[in-house]
Ligand binder design. Structure first.
Ligand code: BTN
Length: 248
């Protein structure tokens, strides 16, 4: 059954709230949604603006796994957001970009940020933070953004409300979490690969201390990206901003 959803009017960041609750002894599972974030966090230290009507929510859960295994939920999250977006727009417009950006007509429609902390031997808390542009595409973003409202299917007159989107995300996430629990990461990885074009071809990876150009060569069993550089060496990328269809 999907985890309960708590909707707040305003918070600094739903991920920060999940961390506070975890550190105060709360285990979840609980979705924490907020209609406004005053200090929303993005990947690589960037800010994440949540415009009015867009979705911002974080799942707080406790897992009996290693941090490495818990990071597989980044792929579970991407599949959940993919299914959420595809409920409201023509599904052929929805794709995933490695590792977890869901794109709508080639533009970023969501962001996913996982944070975790220890809870004793073999146990951790995980905050799965997800932002989805339901109504408004934010302006001035580093990469082109869009919103569900701009691509609605013919039978939809309006994008989902915050409440509807929040519940729908809890359901789609629950589905893929069940797949992960029952069938293992391979089943998740395969479903993710099927929805992720561009895994073979030229790409540029912007990493913490360097930017490298090469050719993407699929993903490893753990989901890290294989990238062949011009000198023939193979690099495995587990985190970073990767731009497909350029470089090589
Ligand atoms: C990205 O940079 O692409 C990740 C953005 C993640 C944003 C979401 S919104 C809900 C949750 N709370 C946060 O402060 N960040 C995440």
């Amino acid at each position: 059954m999907a985890a309960p959803v708590l909707i707040l009017q305003e918070i600094d960041s739903t991920n920060a709230e999940a961390r506070r609750r975890a550190e105060a002894g709360e285990f979840g599972p609980l979705w924490i949604g907020a209609k406004r974030q005053t200090a929303g966090r993005g990947r690589r230290g960037r800010a994440w603006e949540t415009d009015t009507g867009n979705l911002a929510q974080t799942l707080l859960i406790t897992l009996d796994t290693s941090p490495l295994e818990a990071s597989q939920l980044t792929f579970v999250s991407a599949l959940a957001v993919y299914d959420l977006v595809a409920r409201y727009v023509p599904p052929s417009l929805v794709t995933i970009k490695w590792p977890n950006d869901v794109l709508l007509d080639g533009r970023k429609v969501s962001g996913i940020l996982l944070e975790s902390g220890p809870l004793g031997p073999g146990k951790l808390w995980l905050a799965v933070g997800i932002g989805v542009n339901l109504k408004v595409a934010p302006q001035g973003t580093e990469r082109p953004a869009t919103a569900i409202a701009d691509h609605l299917s013919a039978e939809r007159l309006a994008p989902p409300s915050f409440e509807e989107g929040a519940q729908a995300l809890a359901e789609t996430f629950d589905h893929w979490l069940d797949v992960w629990n029952a069938q293992g990461f391979d089943a998740v990885r395969q479903a993710w690969v099927d929805r992720t074009p561009g895994l073979f071809g030229p790409c540029v990876a912007r990493l913490t201390h360097e930017t490298i150009e090469g050719t993407a060569d699929g993903v490893e069993a753990d989901g890290s990206l294989r990238m062949r550089l011009a000198d023939g060496t193979m690099r495995l990328i587990s985190a970073g901003d990767v731009f497909f269809g350029v470089g090589g």
